[in-house]
Each structure stands twice: as structure tokens, then as C-alpha cells.
Ligand binder design. Sequence first.
Ligand SMILES: Cc1cc2nc3c(=O)[nH]c(=O)nc-3n(C[C@H](O)[C@H](O)[C@H](O)COP(=O)(O)OP(=O)(O)OC[C@H]3O[C@@H](n4cnc5c(N)ncnc54)[C@H](O)[C@@H]3O)c2cc1C
Length: 546
Amino acid sequence: MNSYIGEPDFNAGYYQALTYVAIVIVISIVYQTKQVQRYLSGSKVPEIPDLPQRRDKYEQDVYAQGMSQSTTALAPTSKIHFTPTVYAHKLWNYVFHILGVGDMSIGEIIIFILYIAINIIFLVIPFNGSGIPSTINIRAAYVALGNAAFVYPMATRNSVFLKLIGVPFERMIRFHRWVGRTIFYLLTFHASYQITIVGNLRQIFNREVTRYGFLAYISIFIIIVMSHSLFRRYFFELFYWSHFFFIFFFIFGCLHQPQFLVFTIYGFVLYVIDRAIRFINGFKPVEMVSIEALSGGVTRIVFDFKSRYEAGQYMFVNFSNLNPPVSLIAWHPVSFSSAPGIGSDDVSHDSIHMKIQGSFTRRLYAQSQEGIYNMPSKMKVDGPYGRPTLDFSSYRTVVLVAGGIGITPMFSILRDLVDRQISNKPIVTQSIYFLWTIPDTNAYSWFGNELTETNDKFTKRLPENKYLLDIKIFLTKSSTTPSSLFFQGRPDFLTVMQDLKHYHGSGDIAVGVCGPPSMLKEVRKAAVAESDETCLIKVHRETFEL
Ligand SMILES: Cc1cc2nc3c(=O)[nH]c(=O)nc-3n(C[C@H](O)[C@H](O)[C@H](O)COP(=O)(O)OP(=O)(O)OC[C@H]3O[C@@H](n4cnc5c(N)ncnc54)[C@H](O)[C@@H]3O)c2cc1C
């Protein structure tokens, strides 16, 4: 490597990679410090004040009477945030729809612009008095390598890299996509420039260095084309398997230019370790207690998970051990729909609920419906993974919003909070609002028993003046409502948040949401609109997409 240091184009990639390392170190220090603070403050059992008096009016005003804002007694409010903090929060979280990309917050757009700026700077910055690089095509290749140093660890599920910076796999995958595409555009520039210089394809194949370069480029070309959202959404297997062309990209890249190895080896090693851990996990199946086909195409699987997990996490499952197997090699992500069950005195099992989407979930449902599985049986599990971006137990008021099968992680969080309240764990949460939108009462059966049981446990075990659990089910395709638990139509999140502020007074609110993109956007917009000096509304969102 030393022989290359000093060469302007090599230096560009090298210092760019070092810039990323510096950013990673700063993020790690911030995250790890927060973890320590959280650990130190997490053991104190807080004092729970009395709730303001006025549930009855809240019910009538906000939900039954066409979502008008409540005018009843307010809890005392005071300013707890500076105005610039509020504006920064609103600006960072403001959501835009970008054509062909989807919803992005201004915060994400800023991060993206910074990332592109770093790339442009290292593409054109003069090194060693070289001026604007005359060899910009070579420079582009080195800047691509600076990015390639990070593209592999960004796609790992178990790596020290993700643990250090505290960004879970399902969130990091978005950055993996950005970095992957940037590498591709830079290499497209590099390759087309080289082809123009060499003249024709035959000459490219005659020379070893250009032949391997060309093959490396074809490998990344296949990966990028197949990772288009069209393939990811509708031909997932094609997208998944074509991604393994990264191995050819790595091999041909190293044969084309030995420096490729210098940049990518660390990330590649982390990736190999991750695959090894996942492979070993595959040999530790968990015992299934039951598998049941519920109405509306949902399969519920109850099992005993021996390892630790946290509410809101997910795992990858494989049902090749079932007789007959659902699929031999496919691993699918699914959220825990149960809570880890700390302090619970009931016999508690763990569960997942999978709704029909495509061939895999359809086969699982059809086979469960036929009742052909003998229990106990085993399923393979890789996980748990993921982490909610908010620590819900440190907020006095928590709102959990779910659309359809998006209830799984939200119920897990709800159950965990209630279990911890009941068992007198150090938890600040006093009021929980649970809003679930489903088409009709059929879907209610997916979690009806669980919600009733949680509510019963809550009302029996916790004092009414101190704790509040408010469960509301919204039916979008039903003309009747069987009980006061149910409401017609969709919740108006703006009104809901206005009312929560009205009722609870000052104090930040944590919102968790999992559902269709339109629901996520509405919740995020309402949270931004209603945040002010008395209350910042922070949103953790979950999409069932990687
Ligand atoms: C973090 C996470 C948690 C999830 N939790 C739940 C849950 O609790 N309940 C539930 O019903 N569904 C959940 N899903 C969705 C579930 O993984 C998909 O519905 C399922 O994998 C679809 O497989 P299929 O072959 O039936 O459908 P397909 O038609 O093949 O796929 C439907 C969609 O699921 C995605 N998908 C398919 N296979 C995979 C895979 N192996 N890895 C990643 N994405 C894939 C694709 O983007 C595709 O657009 C979750 C997804 C994620 C990412």
C-alpha cells in the first residue's frame, strides 16, 4: 500500500475512507455515551404523579363527535424547550415525498447531501499539488473504493460496526443502498472513460487488467439492476440471489487492481463473520408450541424462544424443519408479536403473526389451515435484530399506532410496557394510547384475545389515578361498531395529538407507528405540526421493508 501513498488519486480514496472512519468514531462515542447514561439512570424507580381528571369528556369529544378538539380541563403547561430546539426538531423531521424515492425527512435529505458533498470533494480536491485531477476517471475509481470500504459492513446483521454506532441493520440498509449506488455511478464513469480510451471491447478483453475491470463492472451492474425496487418488491428471490454477484465484484476487482483488497478486506471480513454467525444460528432451532391459521390470511405461531430479545425486535425465520417444509432455503423477517415477559407471572410463550403477502406466506397459511403439522415441531431462527429508535419506557406518554398486520411490533411494545408497569420496574411511562386501524372486525381476531387480556391485567393491577391504557380500534370498511372499543373510519392524528397535549400538559410524547406508508406520513406530519415548546413529539416508525 505504501507505494501508492502519495499518488493523488489513491490519496483521494484513502483520505475519503479515513473521513468515514472519523465520522463512525464520532457517532460511536455519542451513541456509547448515551448508552452509559441510559444504563445509569435506568435503575431508578421514578415517582408517578396523579393523572389529570377527565377521561369521559375526552372520549366524547375526540372520537365519537367527529374528531373535534376537546375543550375540557387542561393539565398545567409550561415551556420545557427553547424555541430554536423546537424549530430544529420540526425542520429535521419534516417529511417530503420525493418522486421515485418515497418519503424522506429533511434530516435524511441533509445527511444525503452531506454524503454526496464528501464524494464530490474527494473527486475534485487537489492532492499533492495535482490541481483539479486530470486523471478524474482514475480518481472516480478510487473514490468508489473509499465507499466500497463501508458497503460490506453496512449489509451485516451481526457486526461490531453496527453495535458501535447503534444503527440497527434494517435502518442501515438504506445507507447501504445509497453507498452501493454511488459506487456504481462512479465506476460507470470510470469504465466508460476507459472504454473510450481503449477503443473497443476486443482490446479490453485482450489485456488482463481491463478484462478483470470489465468483469467487475458487469458484476456490480447486475447487482444494481436487480436491486431496483421493482425486483425487490415483486421478485424478491431474484433480487436476493443476484446480490451474491458481490463475490465476483470482489474477486475481479482485486484482480483488476490490487488496491481493491486494501480498501475492502476489513468490510469483507466483517461480512464473512456475519454469515458464519447466521449459519451457526441456523443449527439452533426453537421449539414450536402451536401453529394456527387465523382469519384474513394470518398465521400465528407460538414458540419458546430461549434467548433474550426486546420488544419491537424482529428475526428471520425458516421453516425447512416442518413436515412438510414450507421452504428449504428462504429466510423471512418477522416481528415478535409478544413481549419478553419480564416479571410476568403467567405462563408466557413467544409468538409471531405472518400475513399472506406472496408465495411463502401463502404456503405457510395454506398448510397451517389444513392442520397438517404435528406439534411440537421446530423452526429455525436467526435473530433477534433491530431496535426501536426511541426508548418508550422513558416517556410519560406513549402513543402506539398500527395499521393492519403492523400491529405485531406495536403490540410487543405495548405488552412490554404494561408488564413493566405491573412488575414495578423502573419505567417512566404512565399513559399508553393504542390506536389500531383494520378493515373490519375479522381482523380484530388476530389480537383480540391478547388486547383484552392486556387491558384486563392493566385495569386489575394498576391504580386508575396513576396509569392509563386507552385502546381504540378503527374500522375502515365496516358500517357498524360492535362496542365502545371500536370507531368507524381512520384516526385523525392531528386531532389525537392536539388532544393528548391538551390533556397531559407539558412533557415529550413518544409515538411508535407501523403500517402503510400513508399512515406513517400522516403520523410524522402531525407530530411535527404539534411539537412546540411544551412538548416534542418524537416518532419511531417501522416499515416491513428492508
Ligand atoms: C423487519 C420486518 C418485520 C416484519 N414483520 C412482519 C410481521 O410481523 N408480520 C408479517 O406478516 N409480515 C412481516 N414482515 C413482512 C414479511 O417479511 C413479508 O411479508 C414476507 O417476507 C413476504 O414473503 P412472501 O414470499 O410471502 O411474499 P413476496 O411476494 O415474496 O414478498 C412480499 C414483500 O416482502 C419482502 N420480502 C420477501 N421476502 C423477504 C425476505 N426474505 N427478506 C426481506 N424481505 C422480504 C419483499 O420486499 C416483498 O416486497 C416484516 C418484514 C420486515 C422487513
